[in-house]
Design a protein around this ligand. Structure first.
Ligand code: ADP
Ligand code: GLC
Length: 464
């Protein structure tokens, strides 16, 4: 099959979170199953790659009552073709966080079919991800000036996070996308304004989320962020496929970014990574480390973790937090670090190499999420024999086996968290039990192959 996958970020070229990991790894897994994949993503100023894409020309993209010129860059890697859309909208310091984000990603979305056609890529399936490409299914269905080979092609839309929806004014959005006015009364209309996520839910032929539990949760008001009604309405075409991880990038046996490689058979070597982490951040090496690697946003429950931090020290953990995001959370981390030398350390910022060392060097990883569509950090941690302590929600509940590969708690508050960390702390002191838990965690198969197969089944079910 020819599959076009559209994503606003893709590892290793751009990344703010797990969406990039998925857009980087799933296409490679699909290629391994014998399919052809074109990934389309913006050509950011910050684009990271060993090889820069090759500019192959400009496209005229009908947009906002005018024609915008977008450059198209191409690159091949591990059997996957990447097309990057260039425009000054993407020549900014960050990927997101601007007032005109919805407009920027409408332009990106509008350019996707044209970039595909430019490469003579005729897709059997178009797979869009999150609100940034949410209007793609609707464009394929109703768009004017669509290249041949793209009109009414079957589409899949994956929700990685229903909290971010891409809101804008109805009329301006129709005009940006050059869509007919009757679509004002369609799924794009969310109580009088335009909503990219809801448009995707309505127009995509199939909708998936990145874990089965999250697919159920978002149909309830507590998790649906206002779209639970729509999600219940479209539940016949909604399902959950759990993410995998790239087991070549995340492999303690071969990882070049950690202090000492190890396997389940040479677990004693893992401690050298702990030593390296402790030396770098001035932590007492004799206590177990509970770590966090996370975006510092409401979703991740880091506020609860911070509220419980002093008691975590009383439970005799050392704490290490790596993350960046909301300023008040960053400030709280600086303050805890200053007040607890040798016991609490933090790295505020984004650092891929350090994350590898943390996964390898920590004993446990805390993931107290309010909601978690899938979560990749628990999968990575388990692969490194680092035991997750997580809230039983979304993909965390689907991928962690309580008291076998990790610890789960139900209620997101300080007592819920501290109850689970206490159970884990006691388990840690039982050396043989802890060793068997680490081995159980490391023996799990979180490779993409199975999930990629599930996507293929889904694609086949709508491919005529
Ligand atoms: P989300 O996408 O919601 O942030 P995931 O668990 O799916 O959560 O994915 C997070 C990804 O981002 C993981 O690959 C994790 O290692 C990485 N990550 C998060 N914060 C940082 C950071 N500060 N530095 C480096 N990597 C980070
Ligand atoms: C989102 C979710 C996260 C998920 C990732 C990749 O960022 O917050 O849970 O793992 O997408 O699907």
């Amino acid at each position: 099959m020819n599959i076009l996958l559209a994503s606003s970020e893709v590892y290793p070229f751009s990344k703010t979170g797990g969406l990039a990991d998925v857009a980087g790894a799933l296409p490679e897994a699909l290629v391994k199953l014998g399919h052809k994949v074109l990934v389309v993503s913006p050509w950011y100023k910050t684009l990271k790659a060993k090889n820069a894409p090759l500019w192959i020309g400009d496209e005229w993209v009908p947009f906002d009552n005018t024609i915008e010129t977008c450059g198209v860059g191409v690159l091949e890697q591990h059997g996957v073709t990447y097309a990057f859309i260039g425009h000054h909208y993407f020549q900014r310091d960050s990927l997101y966080g601007y007032e005109d984000d919805t407009k920027r990603f409408c332009l990106f979305t509008r350019a996707i079919p044209q970039a595909g056609a430019r490469l003579n890529f005729v897709p059997d399936i178009i797979h869009a991800n999150d609100w940034h490409t949410g209007y793609l299914p609707m464009l394929l269905e109703h768009g004017w000036h669509m290249p041949s080979g793209y009109v009414r092609k079957p589409s899949v839309f994956t929700i990685h996070n229903v909290q971010y929806q891409g809101n804008s004014g109805l009329d301006e959005t129709l005009s940006w996308l050059r869509l007919p006015g009757f679509l004002r009364d369609s799924y794009m209309n969310y109580f009088g304004s335009a909503n990219a996520m809801q448009a995707a839910l309505g127009f995509a032929h199939r909708v998936t989320t990145v874990s089965p539990t999250y697919a159920e949760e978002i149909k309830t008001p507590a998790y649906g962020y206002g779209l639970d009604g729509t999600l219940r309405h479209i539940s016949g075409k909604l399902s959950g496929i759990v993410n995998g991880i790239d087991t070549d990038i995340w492999n303690p046996k071969t990882d070049g970014q950690i202090a000492q490689t190890y396997t389940a058979k040479s677990l004693t070597k893992k401690v050298l990574n702990k030593q390296a982490l402790c030396e770098r951040f001035n932590l007492d090496v004799n206590k177990p480390i509970i770590a966090v690697v996370s975006r510092l946003v409401d979703q991740k429950g880091i506020d609860v973790f911070i509220d419980g931090a002093t008691e975590l020290l009383w439970q005799d953990w050392n704490v290490f937090v790596q993350g960046s995001g909301e300023q008040d959370l960053e400030a709280a981390l600086y303050s805890l670090t200053a007040r607890n030398p040798g016991r609490f350390a933090s790295f505020v910022g984004y650092d891929e190499a350090l994350a590898h060392l943390v996964y390898a060097g920590a004993d446990t990883l805390a993931i107290p999420s309010r909601f978690e569509p899938c979560g990749l950090t628990q999968l990575i941690a388990m692969r490194y024999g680092t035991i997750p302590i997580a809230r039983a929600t979304g993909g965390l509940a689907d991928t962690i086996r309580a008291n076998e590969t990790g610890f789960l708690f139900d209620h997101l508050n300080v007592s819920g968290l501290l109850w689970a960390t206490k159970v884990a702390r006691d388990a840690y002191d039982n050396h043989s039990f802890w060793q068997s838990m680490m081995k159980n965690a490391m023996a799990q198969d979180f490779s993409w192959e199975r999930s990629a197969q599930a996507y293929i089944e889904l694609y086949k079910s709508i491919h005529g």
